[in-house]
Design a protein around this ligand. Sequence first.
Ligand code: UD1
Ligand code: UDP
Length: 378
Amino acid sequence: MSKKKIMCVFGTRPEAIKICPLILEMKKRSSLDVIVCVTAQHRQMLDQVLQTFGVIPDYDLNIMQNRQTLFDITAAVLNGIKDVLEEVRPNVVLVHGDTSTTFVTALACFYLRIPVGHVEAGLRTYNIFSPYPEEFNREAVSIICRYNFAPTSLARDNLLREGRNPANIYVTGNTVIDAMRHTVRSDYTHPVLDWVGDNKLIFITAHRRENLGEPLHRMFRAIRRVLEEHPDCRAVYPIHMNPAVREVAEAEFRGCDHIRIIEPIDVIDCHNFEARSFLCLTDSGGIQEECPSYGVPVLVMRDTTERPEGVEAGTLRLVGTDEEMIYHHFSMLLEDKTEYDRMSHACNPYGDGHACERIADILEGKVYSPWELPKGWC
Ligand code: UD1
Ligand code: UDP
């Protein structure tokens, strides 16, 4: 019997972190032939993840440009992926999440009538400008795809409400939880953690396109004010490689002794830093899923979130990008123990660490009864 050709296409760091564990799982299955194509929408940050997981791409479109626009990414992926899809003719193409690589690859598959499987399907804010352009990207992929791998039942419900075929929706959990089972170690050490010592570790990341410019200035000004008022805090900020982020961080944090801005760290370092943090401030999507597992409260510096499960569970708080709001909530969590304790309980509404096995089972066509996160998971 011929093997089923499953081609995984991805391009950025978070896609890679969440799809590499699935690639490794599918490679164990004798009925699946796994082909990996990276667009390299990110270059260094993608390669860092590929190296960590030991995944070697079969195809590499190498599209990244410095300060690339959405037009640059869209045109380069659409033109580059066509030849690969025509050469390989996969039975299914897997894409992940909501990046431009994800949307454009799904579009190319639609043009060539190749079935698409969407990992992390059904996340929504229903505001196509927030996050931008991700909300549009993921909504558009849902119109196209054959397999919707929803991480939670809430994500599934979004898809059902939108009229998607229930037979094509599977609740699997989020594959990032699978990755986390292998990354966090109790004996982990790092020189930056030595610098933090017994102080409170504040973990910071920021990169969203809609936050570039003035919102980033406001976020960083608020963070700096709080750090300067709390000498028992040390902030660690592994900065995104986007020069538009670096310029603002350099301007706002220059001369601040309480923060270390470091190069992007690999995912093992990142999860171990998160696990040891007192608090995280971020506009990242993935970090909103990871920190709740460690009982680390997250202040989400965005106006919307597609991950309401964590807000409902109490570990995420949406604080927007207003300087005073961020200052207020950040200070409060440092000064009000009751408030802090309310947010800091370990809970993970996003999965049980077996999402990759479920997705591989479904792709193999094994008998499959829809799986649900048990009630009262947290
Ligand atoms: C992209 C995704 C976003 C995701 C984020 C994860 C889109 C439109 N955006 O946004 O959904 O949350 O990745 O980080 O798909 N750069 C490097 N080296 C790298 C990576 C980036 O130099 O390894 C620089 C380049 O100058 C590049 C810029 O960062 O032009 C922006 O990268 P891009 O992929 O366009 O946007 P992100 O903000 O990373
Ligand atoms: N991450 C990492 N190194 C870093 C910063 C983040 O490995 O220096 C990981 C983090 O653990 C999470 C993912 O990258 O799994 C989040 O990526 P990002 O914030 O860039 O994108 P988003 O999730 O917002 O799309």
